[in-house]
Design a protein around this ligand. Sequence first.
Ligand code: HEM
Length: 183
Amino acid sequence: MEFDTGCVLWSIMEKAGKPNLGDYFPILKKIDLQDRAIFSGFVLGLYPPVPLLLPYKATSDVEINSYKVPEGAQVLVNVWAIGRDGTTWDDPNSFVPERFLGSDVDVRGRDFELIPFEAGQRICPGFPLSMRMLYLMLGTLIHSFDWKLEGGVKPEKMDMDDKFGITLQRAQPLLAVPRCLII
Ligand code: HEM
C-alpha cells in the first residue's frame, strides 16, 4: 500500500519506531481525552496538507507583527514554515506530540502559530468534517492492521523529507505493508 500525500499515518510512523503501531495508541487516547483539536495539531503542525495559502491582497495599509504591509501588496502565508518556526517551537522539526499535552494551542484558528486550516474569514469550512475523518481514518488503520515498512526498513531510518506542491507530499513515497488483524 502506498501513501504519497501528506498523511496522518506517515507522521505516526516516524515517531513509533516500534514493530506495532498499536503501541502508539495510549498516547493518542490520552490526547483524545484532552481535546480533539490538539490531536490533529501534532500532525498538521509539521505536515500541513496545504503548505502555502492562496495569495491575499491587503485592502488597506496594515501592520502585522511590526511588519508594514501597504495597501495592494500581496501576502503569501507559509503555513509549513509557521509550524516549524524555531522561535515558537522547541525542537521544531521533531515529531513530539507530547508538546501539546497541557497546552491551550490548537488548530481552530485562534492560535496563529498553528493554522493548518487557516484562520479568520477564509478558514477551511471542511474543518469540522476533517476533524472527524482524521480520527476515524487513523483509528481504523491502527485497530485493523499491523503495519510494517516494505523491505524491512526501520521506521527511524525512514526518509521523512517532504516536497512542496499545492498539497504537501512526501519526497519519497511511503511503502507500508498492512497485515489485517480483523478476521
Ligand atoms: C486535513 C484536511 C484539510 C486541511 C488541512 C484543509 C486546509 C485548508 C486551508 C489551509 C484552506 C485555506 C486556503 C487558503 O485560503 O489559501 C482551506 C480552504 C478550503 N477548504 Fe479545506 N482543508 C481540509 C479539508 C477540507 C475538506 C474535507 C473540505 C470539504 C469537504 C474542505 C473545503 C475547503 C474549502 C471549500 C475551502 C475554501 C474556503 C474559502 O476560500 O472561503 N477542506 N482548507
